[in-house]
Design a protein around this ligand. Structure first.
Ligand SMILES: Cc1cc2nc3c(=O)[nH]c(=O)nc-3n(C[C@H](O)[C@H](O)[C@H](O)COP(=O)(O)OP(=O)(O)OC[C@H]3O[C@@H](n4cnc5c(N)ncnc54)[C@H](O)[C@@H]3O)c2cc1C
Length: 398
């Protein structure tokens, strides 16, 4: 299999680099590089720059406003943007819901919701998980009961990422209890400004407000917000998850983080020599760099197979496991590299306008919060244990 890029693909990479050099505001890339907190406005600013360029929804078909890129172009773009430290694109609407709408939504739903995503009119969040329904998603208990031309929704969702900024949530809800657990699930689009929706923050180990609990009390949802057919939500949910997992290897992010770690390992010293030359530290650094190089080759094999018409199946589980383990190891080594300066926790140092004397090196403040935050990688998007189950069934045939 040929893993080299074609001259056209190299030209595309150059085009992406030029665009990023000219259009990515330094204020935003500095924040991302420095591990400081991004506001909703920061993320929206970058999304609207991408939207103007026509690159906000690269994987959508061109007829809906997508860029119409090949799998390889999308891969190149993701690598380059991670290395340039762009803010994230919020995936819930653009990357997860949109493919489901395009495949299963009505023409009216597509015409209404897709242009709104490209314009940034809605901020979507994902209402799958509930207390008791995480890995075992078919246990969802949030109920939607049909009442004329509405559904009445009652229940609770949890771990809702960025739900505090969202005005729309797509939810798995139970519309029937009579058949198998998977049969009675439906997929509803819920307006979070409707009466009866309550968002409560969950503060994570790193002190950040990234996830939420969402409570629904007699929330009236127009029946036209049912996606596809009632009771077929499980099919749509699984289709959405294939999109959620394919981009979770975080290769570009790991390459950027490793580059940063190597710079720190030159600055920080152990016994008078740079950490990069300390035998124990250097060995761990080399091990993770080799693992990342292997992941890159494997990812490119999967991308090449997909570009040739294959659909990534259990391979995306494999990439998710290795990608998230490697990203965590890099953050763990970065934390070790700054030694005792990993201890002070100054959340205010991650906010705009902070100008106090840093404790330790000026790059130390975000390192421990980032390490703690990234513990989530092996849990969300389907925990790594669950991905291993998928591999044993789909690849090893056990
Ligand atoms: C930071 C963060 C953000 C998230 N964002 C969202 C979001 O925006 N929207 C959303 O809907 N959800 C979100 N989630 C939820 C996430 O998808 C779930 O946490 C995840 O699916 C695991 O479910 P659980 O937490 O209920 O754990 P459980 O399912 O209770 O699992 C607990 C442990 O048991 C293991 N386990 C469970 N079943 C098996 C099995 N059959 N075999 C082997 N091991 C097993 C798990 O791997 C895990 O280690 C988020 C989670 C986190 C941490």
């Amino acid at each position: 299999m040929d893993l080299a890029y074609t001259p056209e693909e190299e030209a595309f990479r150059a085009e992406v680099r030029t665009f990023l050099a000219e259009e990515l505001p330094a204020r935003l890339s500095d924040k991302v590089r420095g591990g400081r907190n991004l506001s909703k406005a920061d993320i929206q600013e970058w999304q609207s720059i991408l939207s103007r360029k026509g690159w906000l929804a690269p994987h959508w078909p061109a007829e809906y406003g997508g860029a119409g890129w090949s799998v390889t172009q999308k891969f190149i773009y993701e690598q380059e943007s991670a290395l340039a430290h762009t803010p994230p694109v919020i995936p819930f609407g653009l990357n997860m819901l949109a493919p489901v709408l395009i495949k299963y939504g009505s023409e009216e739903q597509k015409a209404h919701w897709l242009p709104r995503m490209l314009r940034g009119d809605d901020w979507w969040c994902q209402g799958y998980s509930e207390p008791g329904a995480g890995s075992d998603l078919a246990s969802v208990r949030t109920v939607a009961v049909r009442d004329g031309d509405h559904y009445i929704v009652n229940g609770q969702k949890t771990w809702t990422t960025m739900g505090q900024h969202a005005n729309m949530i797509f939810c798995l809800v139970r519309t029937d209890n009579s058949g198998s657990r998977q049969q009675g699930i439906s997929f509803l689009l819920v307006d979070m400004t409707a009466p009866g929706v309550e968002v409560r923050p969950i503060i994570t180990l790193d002190g950040d407000h990234e996830v939420n609990e969402i409570f629904f009390t007699d929330v009236r949802v127009p029946a036209e917000n049912l996606l596809g057919e009632e009771g077929r939500g499980w099919t749509y949910a699984k289709y959405l998850l294939t999109y959620e997992r394919t981009s979770m290897a975080g290769l570009g992010q790991s390459r950027a983080a490793l580059g940063w770690l190597k710079q720190i390992a030159q600055k920080e010293k152990a016994n008078g020599v740079p950490l990069a030359r300390d035998p124990l530290f250097a060995a761990r650094l080399a091990r993770v760099e080799i693992a990342l190089a292997n992941l890159q080759t494997t990812t490119m094999r999967v991308v090449a197979a997909a570009a040739a018409g294959g659909a990534p199946g259990a391979e995306s589980s494999m990439l998710k496991i290795r990608g998230t383990e490697i990203r965590q190891e890099i953050s763990s080594l970065t934390r070790r590299a700054i030694g005792p300066y990993a201890q002070p926790f100054l959340p205010e140092a991650l906010e705009d306008g902070h100008n106090e004397e840093p404790v330790g090196p000026d790059y130390a403040a975000p390192i421990t919060p980032t390490y703690l935050n990234l513990r989530k990688l092996t849990i969300f998007g389907g925990s790594n244990e669950i991905q291993k189950n998928i591999i044993t069934k789909a690849i090893l045939d056990l």
